[in-house]
Design a binder for this molecule. Structure first.
Ligand SMILES: Cc1cc2nc3c(=O)[nH]c(=O)nc-3n(C[C@H](O)[C@H](O)[C@H](O)COP(=O)(O)OP(=O)(O)OC[C@H]3O[C@@H](n4cnc5c(N)ncnc54)[C@H](O)[C@@H]3O)c2cc1C
Length: 452
């Protein structure tokens, strides 16, 4: 039996990060079943034919080029006592340290009609290929996406470009409920509607209709989105339904084992150690806490998975780092608008902090220049300490760099007093006038409100 210093179960962003950082220093195996690791964020753009399928595959050399072994199989059993894993093809491997990076599975709610053909979720390369295949082989006129989070919105925009009618359904009052709040979302929803996506908000799916293929979606508002009746007549599909209603940590492999698992995933400490000696977990499969409140919060993002894995890898080669918690900076693009959020939203901060907010609007570059776009930001702080708790942005240009600046402020417990002192750069094609900066503008407004 081959034995490794480190066996990692999973070849997603977390597993690949382990290989990249430890492949040379240790004897590492990465075990994953799928033929290709995917660039998940790129998958919606394959549906709309913006990029070819092959461009969404990650190269195996990300693992093998580091010196790590890539074992293509699924782990079916872990023996924590004897420190071995067994794969679906009957091989066993020994480990000194085991890293679990099994990721998360998309949730398919148990509603009537869910087993009808033409109903999908969206996470893996297989899901993408199944959706591509049905669109390429049949005339798909209708698409209904359930869940208006970042993934759902990206999938809906893609399907809107390749179908006649695309609907987006969410039970919350506005789209992107985990990213921004109602007072920021107006232009985003307008843009989405103008592009042709039909929004159904405050609406829950009650059931799916159709005999063989799905032929309609019934909402609890009494409304029915119908694809015509060919789904019932054996002519083939006219529409598809894609559920994008959240992810659940993939932990079935450890059911009935001693591994401690919470509601949101495998329980780890800030060194990514599980309750079992020499067993660690990183990425979407773990449960972790907010870096602001210390409470367990969702955080299934590649931008959380990668830093967890990198931190663990560096500790294996001598560092003494810890994982600070989720801050959940994230962004998406809705047609020509860029939308992002970080830290706590008002609704999440309420009850834990006495919050104060401020909103500012500037332009992305000097407003006298062509291509200048609007930039709106909302900043949330604690009234008592002035500590920055969260921010949201909507703009005609990418917002991630500004968002990351605020995240750094949140992580390091900076206050509005610190942000008004931000030393910023300015240049006509890259910023607003030297006279102002969006982060400073919001922080000044918070101080103004506190003064008055
Ligand atoms: C469409 C889409 C867009 C996204 N966009 C963004 C974005 O813009 N920004 C962002 O930060 N995040 C984004 N995400 C989320 C991001 O992809 C995940 O957070 C990230 O992939 C988590 O990485 P991971 O390595 O923990 O898990 P995963 O990527 O889920 O990988 C898990 C790995 O474990 C393997 N595995 C599971 N069970 C076993 C087993 N028994 N044996 C062997 N291997 C096993 C799987 O096959 C897989 O290789 C997006 C996700 C999707 C689906």
């Amino acid at each position: 039996m081959k034995t490794y210093d480190i066996v990692t179960i999973g070849g997603g962003p977390a597993g690949i990060t382990i290989a990249k950082n430890l492949g040379k220093a240790k004897k590492v195996a990465i075990i994953r079943p799928e033929e290709y690791s995917m660039i998940y964020c790129a998958m919606p753009y394959v549906i709309e034919n913006e990029i070819p399928l092959e461009k969404s595959f990650k190269s195996d050399s990300l693992v093998t080029g580091s010196g790590a072994d890539l074992i293509r199989s699924a782990v079916t059993r872990v023996d924590f006592d004897n420190k071995t894993v067994t794969t679906a093809d009957g091989e066993s491997y020994g480990y000194q340290k085991l890293i679990i990076a099994t990721g998360a599975d998309p949730i398919l709610p148990p509603i009537p009609g869910i087993e009808t053909k033409g109903v999908f979720v969206f996470k893996t390369g297989k899901h993408l290929c199944d959706i591509k295949e049905i669109i390429d082989r049949h005339t798909i006129e209708y698409a209904v996406v359930i869940g208006a989070g970042a993934i759902g919105i990206e999938v809906a925009q893609a399907l809107n470009k390749v179908t006649k009618e695309c609907h987006l359904v969410d039970m919350t009052p506005h789209v992107l409920p985990n990213l921004v709040e109602g007072d920021m979302i107006g232009p985003v929803e307008e843009t989405l509607t103008e592009s042709g996506v039909k929004l159904h908000l405050n609406a829950k799916v009650e059931k799916l209709e159709g005999k063989e293929w799905v032929s309609g979606v019934v909402l609890d508002t009494g409304q029915k989105i119908s694809f015509g009746d060919s789904g019932n007549t054996g002519e083939g599909p006219r529409g598809i339904v894609v559920f994008s209603v959240g992810m659940r940590a993939r932990t079935e492999l450890f059911t009935d084992t001693a591994l401690a698992i919470g509601k949101q995933g495998i329980i780890v400490n800030d060194k990514m150690e599980t309750n079992i000696k020499d067993v660690y977990a990183v990425g979407d499969c773990v449960q972790f806490v907010s870096g602001i409140t210390g409470e367990v919060v969702p955080g299934k993002l590649a931008t959380n998975a990668v830093p967890m894995a990198r931190m663990l890898a560096k500790n294996f080669i001598g560092d003494k780092r810890h994982y600070p918690g989720f801050f959940n900076g994230a962004a998406t693009k809705v047609e020509n608008l860029y939308v992002g959020g970080t830290g706590l939203k008002e609704s999440e901060a309420q009850g834990k902090f006495d919050i104060i907010t401020a909103t500012a609007e500037l332009t992305t570059i000097f407003p006298i220049l062509p291509n200048s776009k609007k930039l709106k930001m909302k900043l949330i702080a604690d009234r008592k300490t002035k500590r920055i708790l969260g921010a949201q942005m909507v703009s005609g240009s990418p917002v991630i760099d500004k968002l990351n600046t605020v995240t750094l402020a949140i992580q390091h417990k900076l206050t509005a007093d610190h942000l008004v002192q931000l030393s910023y750069a300015a240049q006509p094609y890259q910023s607003f006038y030297p006279a102002n900066n969006i982060i400073v503008a919001c922080a000044e407004k918070i101080l103004d409100k506190l003064r008055n």
